[in-house]
Ligand binder design. Structure first.
Ligand SMILES: NC(=O)C1=CN([C@@H]2O[C@H](COP(=O)(O)OP(=O)(O)OC[C@H]3O[C@@H](n4cnc5c(N)ncnc54)[C@H](O)[C@@H]3O)[C@@H](O)[C@H]2O)C=CC1
Ligand SMILES: O=C(CO)COP(=O)(O)O
Length: 336
């Protein structure tokens, strides 16, 4: 566990110590008591040295430096990444966070993604997840490890499909949050989710044509997109961004709303933007483009419902006359 100090019952304490006493992560998962055998170890080298399976669940910006501080691990060790994000262009090819881990650790790396909002999973509410890993032996082993009555796991060998769905849905969720900030209803959000899924597929297939259609219908695809667009932190912060009418930065909103947790969708939007530009994908991905421009280029939030026509289905019309589409106008579309 990454070492942090917190105020607990009026006293400054180490988060790990409080966790080991109470089995409650009072900062990141308050109100949930984990089983007695779960312990927090802040000495990273000790925590990993005898591990058979390393499960990666941390904001993607901390991955590389965590690996650097790890020390020796077992030769037979395997990793599973639950990290949604961490994309970069490497030699013209889109690199994944699991690729980075594979390169740094030199062992088998799989991914586990799905509609898995943490506090609901911890409360034991039924959900599903998709495990992406190539080796069939590890598919069976890891399914056995993760799958249970309330957390059903389906395995596939489609690692890029699973992982890229997990990363890109966070960007679409920003769009859903913009819609909520503008107080649009369920129809609009459903349209945005549909277009978002279509664009995720276009983006993913451009770099990984071999990605399977079926992956988009697994928990890592449509299901994660839906839950994130309704109940996720990216949605919540994007709604606040619109409601603040330009007065608050993303960093400020993250600090105010997430209590130390990290927003991943904005980072991923920043990561994919140069990739989209370099590969001339902006016109093919008007929703992802618009989300980026609203988030980082002062584009009017209502542009989210003014995507250009000629979309996979023409539910959207053109921007209103006289609009540049890039002036910072908060609120709904101006009349006339
Ligand atoms: N929270 C959720 O509902 C879900 C999150 N994920 C994914 O899991 C990944 C991690 O997300 P969360 O657990 O929500 O993290 P978070 O957003 O709650 O961030 C806090 C975590 O970051 C760690 N941390 C903070 N500073 C650090 C540092 N300098 N070095 C290393 N670790 C540090 C903290 O120990 C804590 O575990 C993300 O990619 C996210 O998309 C996936 C499914 C669900
Ligand atoms: O990935 C998630 C649920 O599956 C959590 O999404 P947020 O990071 O938007 O909360």
């Amino acid at each position: 566990m990454f070492e942090e100090e917190i105020q607990h019952k009026g006293v400054k304490r180490k988060l790990s110590e409080v966790f080991n006493e109470t089995k409650e992560n009072v900062k990141y998962l308050p109100g949930v008591t984990l089983p007695e055998h779960v312990t927090a170890e802040t000495d990273l080298k000790k925590a990993v040295m005898y591990a058979d399976v390393l499960i990666w669940v941390l904001p993607h910006q901390f991955v590389a430096r965590t690996v650097q501080n790890m020390g020796k691990i077992k030769e037979t060790c395997v990793s599973v990444s639950l990290i949604k994000g961490g994309l970069e262009l490497e030699g013209g090819k889109l690199g994944l966070c699991s690729d980075l881990l594979r390169k740094l650790l030199n062992h088998e790396v799989g991914v586990l993604m799905g509609a898995n909002v943490a506090n609901e999973v911890a409360a034991g509410e039924f959900c599903e997840a998709t495990l992406g890993i190539k080796d069939k032996k590890y598919q069976a082993l890891l399914c056995k490890l993760f799958d249970c009555r309330t957390f059903r796991v389906t395995a596939t060998d489609d690692i890029p499909g699973v992982e890229l769905c997990g990363a890109l849905k966070n960007v679409v969720a920003l769009g859903a949050g913009f819609c909520d900030g503008l107080e649009y209803g369920g129809n609009t959000k459903a349209a945005l989710i549909r277009i978002g899924l279509q664009e995720m597929k276009t983006f993913i297939r451009y770099f990984y044509p071999e990605v399977k259609d079926s992956t988009f219908l697994e928990s890592c695809g449509v299901a994660d997109l839906i839950t994130t667009c309704f109940g996720g932190r990216n949605r919540k912060c994007a709604e606040a961004f619109v409601k603040a009418k330009g007065a608050k930065s993303w960093a400020q909103i993250e600090k105010e709303l997430l209590g130390g947790q990290k927003l991943q969708g904005t980072l991923t939007a920043l990561e994919i933007w140069p990739v989209m530009q370099k590969h001339n994908l902006c016109e093919k991905l008007p929703l992802l483009t618009t989300v980026y421009q609203i988030a980082f280029e002062d584009r009017a939030p209502w542009s989210i419902v003014k995507l250009p026509s000629g979309m996979p289905s023409s539910a959207f019309h053109k921007e209103p006359k006289g609009s540049t589409g890039i002036s910072f106008f908060f609120g709904r579309e101006p009349k006339g």
